[in-house]
Write a protein that binds this ligand. Structure first.
Ligand SMILES: N[C@@H](CCC(=O)N[C@@H](CS)C(=O)NCC(=O)O)C(=O)O
Length: 341
């Protein structure tokens, strides 16, 4: 018996280090590295989140999230293939492995989470709103009783609206479309009294109308829409990388390290938090199958969370979405990065 156990232990000794040395990285990270680029599912066109510019380059907060992942893995924010996905098709693309990650103004809900997917971190806190014509003099959602509302199929928008009207004993008529272009077109042509979707999307949709000044977004928010990237369930190391990519951007912002000053900061005398973020102390990235400078790569190539927010949806963009719930927890918001240590 003892001899047998001894033999087993010896085999383990011989086999284990050999396996550790020769085996390539497993799971999604291994596949991404072997392929040489990340495959990221995005929205076909939501201003500020993901939209191709005049040169065909994808731009937006969700796009930058995928670029940050590529920066962390490859030191190259361009090592991403973007796949535009409709609301209806997006989850199958994650479940089937067609995309490594979905970053598509997608709300994290229990039913989606339990459908063989995981939502590693909330990258944007949003809520559902309404776009209406100013001339209608509508100030509150309840004034939309008996109104016709345009929205997109396969979204939480559809479900929230049903709840909201039902609980107030109000009625409405809904007209649904497969994409935002058709939804906006129908609203603009006067087919609907209101266009309902996530408030963050309404900022861009309003600007796409022929006369933005003629439309207003109502103040009320009727739901919680926590946007999170989605990954296939069952790959914890990959889920960690996706979560910590967001947290690294938050922690960098909190530490005052941004795209504009990261090089200078790296050469200066820094506190321990900043040193760990920049990979000057500890080997935190390596524990995830990345390099120790993974977060520095993110900030250098893409920026911290504040940089990404400002550039795409905030003051540096035409949308001017207030930071609101997406401010750091130190500034009264909900964005909170756990410690890198
Ligand atoms: N956050 C909601 C809505 C997401 C959604 O699909 N929004 C639409 C309306 S803005 C969209 O992205 N449309 C872009 C398109 O399909 O063209 C959800 O996850 O269900």
């Amino acid at each position: 018996m003892r001899a047998l156990a001894g033999a087993a232990a010896l085999t383990a000794l011989i086999v284990t280090p050999a396996l550790a040395q020769s085996s390539p990285p497993q799971g999604t990270l291994g596949q991404v590295k072997a392929r040489g680029h990340l495959v990221c599912g995005v929205s076909p066109g939501v201003a500020g989140f993901s939209v191709p510019d005049s040169q065909g380059e994808w731009r937006g907060l969700d796009v930058d999230f995928c670029r940050a992942l590529a920066a962390a893995i490859f030191d190259d924010p361009k090592a991403v293939r973007f796949i535009p996905l409709s609301s209806a098709a997006r989850f199958t693309a994650v479940q089937s492995g067609e995309v490594d990650v979905l970053a598509r103004n997608t709300t994290w809900t229990l039913s989606r989470d339990s459908a063989a997917m995981n939502f590693p971190a909330i990258t944007f806190f949003d809520g559902q709103g309404f776009l209406v014509r100013k001339e209608r003099g509508i100030a509150q959602v309840k004034q939309l009783d008996r109104a016709t509302i345009c929205l997109q199929q396969g979204t939480t928008t559809e479900l929230n609206l049903a709840d909201w009207f039902r609980t107030r004993d109000l009625t409405y008529r809904v007209v649904t479309f497969a994409n935002s272009e058709q939804t906006l077109g129908a609203y603009e042509s006067g087919r609907c009294d209101a266009y309902s979707t996530d408030k963050s999307s309404l900022y861009g949709e309003r600007l796409k109308t022929a006369h933005p000044d003629e439309h207003v977004i109502l103040d009320e928010t009727i739901s919680k829409e926590p946007f999170a990237p989605a990954v296939r369930q069952g790959d914890d190391p990959w889920r960690d990388i996706v979560a910590w990519t967001h947290y690294a951007m938050l922690d960098a912002e909190e530490a005052g390290i941004g795209q504009a000053n990261v090089e200078e900061q790296r050469k200066s005398v820094l506190g321990p938090d900043a040193r760990r973020i920049l990979g000057l102390e500890g080997r935190y990235g390596e524990a995830m199958g990345l390099t120790s400078d993974w977060a520095y790569r993110i900030v250098r190539h893409v920026g911290n969370y504040g940089d990404v927010f400002t550039r795409n949806v905030g003051e540096g963009s035409p949308l001017k979405v207030p930071r609101g719930l997406n401010a750091l927890w130190t500034k009264g918001g909900l964005q909170y990065g756990p410690p890198i240590r």
